[in-house]
Design a protein around this ligand. Structure first.
Ligand code: WTA
Length: 649
């Protein structure tokens, strides 16, 4: 291939791969044309208690929307991630935990993990947790996070993991929505050399809960920090384990019984509880992990995502463990003690596969070649990215430095809603183009549609939809099925709408262009503008607020807030800090605004709708692309906004 912007499959992969390009195309075609047969086979990667006879039972019709896979089969997800590996590889490392401080690490074998999960599952039962109950998990990146998730799965409880960086307010909202009565946390976590208190956040969140009342808080003692204790309610994790039986039979669950809820932001309203079920989710996660990463047992697979996000659920916990692999769980951040840490961890532990977010890559890239200084990196054979579009410059830096110009990069596009990778290269099968998530996973039928839902053919750009279901698809919004239908199946009839825009090139490769709705992607974290705005207007000094994203070198998108203060309030530095801290308090540090612009007025149509298009253009310094502003109630507002924007410097 002579095109310099195409990176062919390296020879090492041509010789020894799960699947070459021809193989991919063949299997892909079969997966579409003989869809049910394909998924019938794939379900066999799991151990079933009662085998399924049904495979696919799906309707994307709004009136009768339902998605069911393997519905008459029964299984247990934790047994698939643990028990079935014990006989042949019980002593293999399931989790390689790497601590925040250099030199700290721990290997946990399948046997050990199984033992602790069984104890904790009994512990949860002793606290009255039953099949179908929702349990909230608010933990740092410690092995107990995996134990807690798998223990829930073992007894048929539904976990709801909340990212430990969320504030007490955000945590309380999720606890209320899920209705959980038990929460699992740690006294504190360690990140970047600092202690981050968690139990105190939980105490505050409990006080803020309106719908649910927490009966027990299980606390893992993770650091030396002291923590307030409420006798009778708070339970020490270690003591709880010590009081349990070692045996805990895995509950027989239906394939369609819920496995977890995970909250994610949409364009409107509060975060949605994305619900995934057991059989289909695990089948799909396992399939993608094997093929996308060409994964071989014994290899060390490092997905650097936090378990608080879907990437952590699928590629730190469920897929690698279902496949009997070794998952690396890293407690820290990429730049502590300094920017060489990622490369040092790779060398020290001889990591085979590294899967990180573009934002981390860009942050490291800003340091030149220092992040790989003195590192060998020879153990790496494959790199991956996820969470946001990767700019070709960052791609090439990652390829040259971490990849030594030898490792393919799998740029995986997917969503909380999709369960696992959807558009992605496969290392032995896909020539790469920097910045493109390339081609669909088996069984996935992407399409581009125009604003009316007409399917567009050939090389073109449009709204990204998926035409048919796959087992890893979310099943509903927890507690609000109508919202599920409205959000994903109403924009374009009969299709799943992703909320993303994409371009397809002449080789049928997909290039994600970003969200087409009001969702921001800040450092790979999804945030709804509506959520940010409603938090802002809850501040006593703020009359009105509008939030948009703007291009940010490291974060991909930054948060730009236009704020109108109440009459009499001073738009000074003190107020700016107050507003900034308010968002951090209401949502968490990931919601820290990058720019706050005081705006005496916002651009609105005569019917009062804020024209975000204009706000986005101003934030991006694209004043010549404001488009038609004649429909504004008061076009003069725009001049004012531009001059205030320029005054920010
Ligand atoms: C974006 C993360 C471009 C996209 C797994 C999607 C990406 C949203 C990519 C989902 C990628 C994710 N290239 N954009 N490889 N991966 N996105 O739910 O906008 O946290 O809709 O899931 O991230 O974010 P979520």
């Amino acid at each position: 291939m002579s095109n310099p912007s195409v990176y062919p499959v390296p020879d090492t992969y041509l010789e020894n791969t799960l699947l070459d390009e021809e193989g991919y195309l063949e299997l892909y075609n079969r997966s579409i044309h003989d869809n049910e047969a394909f998924w019938r086979e794939q379900g066999q990667r799991l151990d079933w208690i009662k085998p399924y006879t049904q495979v696919k039972d799906v309707s994307y019709n709004k009136e009768d929307l339902h998605i069911r896979w393997y519905a008459d089969g029964t299984l247990n997800v934790s047994a698939n991630c643990l028990d079935r590996h014990l006989a042949e590889r019980g002593d293999d490392t399931a989790i390689l935990w790497v601590g925040d401080e250099p030199g700290q690490s721990r290997e946990i074998s399948y046997r050990e993990l199984h033992a602790e999960v069984s104890l904790f599952a009994n512990g949860l039962k002793s606290l009255g947790v039953k099949r179908g109950d929702v349990v909230t998990i608010y933990l740092p990146m410690i092995p107990q996070a995996a134990v807690a998730m798998l223990a829930c799965a073992r007894i048929g409880a539904i976990h709801s993991v909340v990212f430990a960086g969320f504030s007490p307010e955000a945590l309380a909202g999720r606890m209320d929505d899920g209705g959980s009565r038990v929460i699992i946390t740690a006294n504190a976590g360690r990140r970047g050399g600092r202690s981050v208190v968690l139990k105190q956040n939980v105490d505050k969140a409990i006080a803020l809960c309106k719908e649910t009342s927490i009966e027990n808080v299980v606390v893992v003692n993770c650091t030396d920090d002291e923590t307030p204790w409420q006798e009778g309610r708070d339970v020490d994790y270690g003591k709880l384990l010590a009081a349990q039986d070692a045996e805990c039979p895995a509950e027989e669950m239906g394939a369609e019984d819920p496995l977890f809820i995970l909250y994610t932001s949409g364009s409107t309203g509060k975060p949605k509880g994305v619900l995934h079920t057991s059989g289909g989710y695990l089948t799909y996660a396992s399939l993608t992990h094997q093929y996308v990463f060409d994964y071989r047992r014994g290899e060390k697979f490092w997905c650097a995502a936090d378990v608080g996000w879907i990437t952590g659920h699928s590629y730190v916990i469920y897929a690698p463990l279902a496949n009997g692999g070794t998952t690396v769980m890293y407690e820290g951040v990429p730049n502590y003690p300094d920017v060489r840490r990622v490369a040092q961890v790779v060398d020290e532990h001889q990591i085979d596969i590294l899967y990180i977010a573009p934002t981390a890559i860009r942050a490291l890239m800003a340091e030149g070649d220092k992040p790989v200084e003195g590192a060998s990196l020879e153990s790496l054979r494959l790199l991956g990215t996820v969470g946001e579009p990767i700019n070709p410059e960052a791609w090439k830096w990652y390829y040259r430095t971490f990849g030594r110009s030898q490792c393919p990069i799998v740029d995986t596009w997917w969503q909380t809603e999709t369960g696992a990778a959807m558009l992605t290269p496969m290392p032995g099968a896909t020539p790469l183009k920097p910045g493109s998530a390339t081609r669909p996973m088996f069984g996935i039928q992407p399409a581009l549609v125009d604003g009316e839902g007409n399917i567009l053919e050939g090389a073109t750009e449009g709204n990204l939809v998926i035409l048919d279901s796959w087992p890893g698809q979310m099943r509903t919004v927890f507690g609000d099925h109508q919202r599920f239908i409205d959000t994903y199946f109403s924009t374009f009839a009969g299709m799943y709408f992703t909320g993303d825009g994409a371009r397809r090139d002449e080789d049928n490769y997909y290039w994600i262009t970003g969200r087409v709705d009001d969702v921001l992607n800040v450092s790979g974290h999804r945030m709804g503008t509506a959520e940010l705005e409603s938090a802002l207007v809850a501040h006593p000094s703020i009359a009105e607020a509008a939030v948009v994203g703007f291009p940010h070198d490291i974060k991909g998108q930054g948060i730009y807030a236009y704020i109108t203060l109440n009459a009499g309030e001073e738009p000074n530095e003190e107020m700016r800090l107050a507003v900034r801290n308010w968002l951090r308090q209401e949502i968490g540090p990931i919601a820290t605004p990058d720019v706050i612009q005081w705006s005496p007025g916002l651009p609105k149509t005569r019917s009062g709708k804020i024209m975000r298009r204009i706000l986005r253009k101003i934030a991006a310094n694209e004043f010549d692309q404001l488009g038609d502003i004649s429909t504004l109630a008061d076009p003069a507002v725009v001049e004012q906004l531009i001059s205030n924007h320029n005054a920010l410097g």
